[in-house]
Design a protein around this ligand. Sequence first.
Ligand code: FPP
Length: 254
Amino acid sequence: MADQADKTSQQHETLVVRHVAIVMDGNGRWAKKRKLPRHAGHKAGVNAVRRTVEACVELGIRTLTLFAFSSENWGRPREEIQKLMALFVEALNKQVPELNEQGVRLTIIGDREQLPADLVRQIEESEAMTADNDRLNLVVAVAYGGRWDIVNACKCLARQVADGELSVEDLDESHLTAQMQLAGLGDPDLFIRTGGASRISNFLLWNLAYTELYFSESLWPDFEQKELEAMVGSFHERERRYGKTSEQVSGDHA
Ligand code: FPP
């Protein structure tokens, strides 16, 4: 009896959305449709970030990870990159005090060595200001690539092996997980990409192994709370099997 209760509670546990990861695509097309410069789309994208953070707090989601700038985005026109970096500084400067009041903890992941000094300074201040909050972990990926993340983790482990702290035979998945940028935050339960494309585009490759994937036609600035709620609702109806049979997961085999 207790066993059955345990199984039921485990099953419910696996169906709760704790961590949502989003590729925020479609800002440029949103602006183009309105005959506005691309930057206007990115600015509207910041408003969608604010709305989504609030929705996640309301839905009781613990972690929201957003892809704001990829390793590949360095290939965009210089002017767009400069304006985006300035927008990140401005958004952090303006929004973080309010996020702090809401109990949001901010963490930036990605290769900081590639970022301009004023942005790194703003990131450090924002992270320090919100470090003690625990209502929602807001993780923003900037200058981030999933392959970079894996290579970076491998380098850390290679150093530990070279220093004699770790043996190659002992190496397992948990060592790599502990060195990834999302270490300690858990893998995303739900991945969402807006903007109509059905690709992961080098986001969180290691951590998305068992994540449920959702692709939305909405352009990011149009993404609304009700769409997020619908995705979270339909996640609850999906069965997560982690490679097991349906009977094993539902406990019918007992
Ligand atoms: C992709 O749309 C979006 C980006 C490269 C930038 C995303 C940044 C924001 C939404 C601002 C977020 C700010 C903070 C502080 C988190 P796209 O430009 O590729 O759109 P397109 O495919 O329509 O051209």
